[in-house]
Design a protein around this ligand. Structure first.
Ligand SMILES: [Zn+2]
Ligand SMILES: [Zn+2]
Ligand SMILES: [Zn+2]
Ligand SMILES: [Zn+2]
Ligand SMILES: [Zn+2]
Ligand SMILES: [Zn+2]
Length: 515
């Protein structure tokens, strides 16, 4: 028995959403809702030595359920940023903007000057006694490097409740101290802020802690162009996994939504990917070490086959062998690689040579379907079909082969088959490897559903049959698309795809019902 959160009476009834608070009656639950609401999540914050604070599911979570929706503690320009509006954080038009009449920072219009977000650097700049003067708009601007740090430092004045939460975030200051990044940050932010703003308000230590907390906990938020950085409080306790159980979406106003693309069992730790789940293991690990300062040991990282997908493997150097090359030790991607069939070892130079060429060629390739085919044909000599470089190009191909409905109608059969094949293989691969990559999966499902629909149309033309099964398959993928993209705002391309997908889904349901 537990006691009611309102009257302390003994009761068995718990809040069914969070499973953590008890109530004797519906009435007491209703009465308490206003104060309980902000803490009512299907998880609890737990703590242990290894993970520090982390989140554990307190009940079974259904597919597509929202687990957390949260406003940022603070947001601001990325550390490397072109001049952006200090209100909405969108890039500044050199010929069409105003400057704040108090501080001189560029703004896109008077509406943005009035936004609370701008207060921090506005007051600090005003106190400096001299307005800022931004004249260069073409590249990253050094003045912007410190802005988000200033916003964090001044939270205690602009938003004390958020300041208290920000103080609790990990900054890894001890680990960071002395690294090259830390030294660069010290010069461009730590020593810059007191000098530029002519203030003794913040100690160097305080500034560097804020810089660290911002880098360790900052999320790139794509609701502005260019994307800005934001810090979320509860979301920052989700641990990292390269096969995470949560996907991340953003609302129009930059709030983050963490949700479950697949069912999550009660008691499971909640995770997001701090890196990019579409990258191979060596790249993800390098990135995590550089930016978040730790070595990932998730189930995907300790398994060189990456859950049996062989996503980072190369073909055996011996052309007669069909085996795949992978590192001998899972925790050493920079060591020797060996064929898993013939056991032949290759030099590190061999692996690096292939991968370096493969990435350079993607970067320099003009993105057309024809170039994509050439790339795939060339690199399949060294890379197995599911390799991350080939997969990256196939993702492009799915969109480049017939860019719209018109092109799809006249697409040669052979290319339509390739579009179908790539989309199907990629969806299968990434549903295992990166179910959190919902925008990519949703887009692939949309492309696949329209390719299947077109294929169905062609079959029907030739045979007079009504291929109901094929229509049902098309419906299946458009429904998947709607599920994957359901939280995408209409300011994103994916939000537009979602809208079209819903229309197509309803039309398909109708056709299937009457056929
Ligand atoms: Zn009660
Ligand atoms: Zn609750
Ligand atoms: Zn603006
Ligand atoms: Zn201002
Ligand atoms: Zn990992
Ligand atoms: Zn071999």
């Amino acid at each position: 028995m537990n006691s009611c959160n309102v009257c302390q009476a003994e009761t068995k009834n718990k809040c069914s959403n969070c499973n953590q608070v008890s109530y004797c009656s519906v009435q007491h639950q209703k009465q308490d809702w206003k104060s309980h609401k902000s803490n009512c999540h299907p998880f609890r914050v737990a703590h242990n030595e290894l993970l520090g604070r982390h989140l554990v599911a307190t009940r079974n979570i259904k597919p597509y359920e929202i687990v957390l929706k949260e406003a940022p503690l603070m947001r601001g320009p990325a550390q490397i940023s072109v001049p952006v509006c200090m209100g909405c954080l969108n890039a500044i038009e050199p010929n069409d903007h105003i400057t704040c009449d108090k501080c001189g920072w560029p703004l896109c219009g008077p509406e943005c000057q009035a936004l609370d977000e701008h207060k921090a650097e506005c007051q600090l700049t005003e106190a400096r006694g001299q307005k800022v003067n931004v004249q260069e708009f073409n590249g990253p601007h050094p003045l912007y490097t410190c802005v988000s740090t200033v916003r964090c430092l001044l939270l205690s004045e602009t938003n004390p409740a958020n300041a208290e939460k920000f103080q609790q975030l990990e900054s890894l200051e001890q680990t960071r101290r002395g690294s090259n990044q830390w030294k660069a940050d010290l010069a461009s932010i730590g020593q810059f802020i007191p000098k530029f703003f002519r203030t003794q308000k913040f100690s160097e230590e305080e500034i560097m802690r804020a810089v660290g907390a911002l880098q360790i906990n900052g999320h790139e938020v794509p609701t502005s162009d260019p994307p800005h950085v934001a810090v979320f409080y509860t979301a920052s306790f989700t641990e990292n996994s390269c096969v995470p159980n949560l996907a991340k979406s953003f609302t129009k106003n930059g709030h983050c939504i963490l949700w479950a693309p697949k069912a999550i069992k009660k008691g499971a730790n909640l995770s997001i990917c701090y890196s990019d789940a579409v990258w191979g293991t060596a790249d993800r690990q390098r990135h995590l070490m550089q930016t978040k300062l730790f070595k990932c040991t998730c189930e995907r990282c300790v398994d060189v086959t990456e859950l049996g997908t062989y996503y980072s493997a190369l073909k055996c150097e011996d052309r007669k062998c069909t085996g795949l090359l992978l590192p001998i030790k899972a925790d050493d991607w920079n060591g020797c690689w060996r064929c898993r069939d013939c056991q032949k070892q290759v030099q590190r130079k061999y692996v690096d040579g292939i991968l370096e060429r493969a990435i350079k060629d993607i970067q320099s390739m003009e993105k057309t379907a024809e170039n994509g085919f050439k790339y795939l044909k060339h690199y399949e000599k060294w890379l197995p079909p599911q390799h991350y470089h080939l997969s990256e190009v196939k993702i492009l191909q799915v969109q480049l082969i017939a860019k719209d409905q018109k092109e799809l109608m006249v697409l040669p059969d052979e290319q339509l088959q390739l579009k179908l094949k790539y989309a199907k293989e990629l969806i299968e691969l990434y549903e295992i490897l990166a179910p959190c990559e919902v925008r990519m999966l949703g887009t692939l499902c949309f492309e696949l559903h329209s390719a299947i629909a077109e294929h169905t149309r062609r079959v029907a033309l030739q045979s007079n049959l009504s291929p109901k099964e094929m229509l049902e398959e098309s419906l299946l993928y458009v429904e998947k698309c709607v599920n994957y993209l359901q939280y995408e705002s209409d300011i994103f391309v994916e939000g537009h795809i979602l809208k079209q997908a819903k229309i197509n889904r309803d039309a398909l349901r109708m056709v299937i019902r009457i056929s």
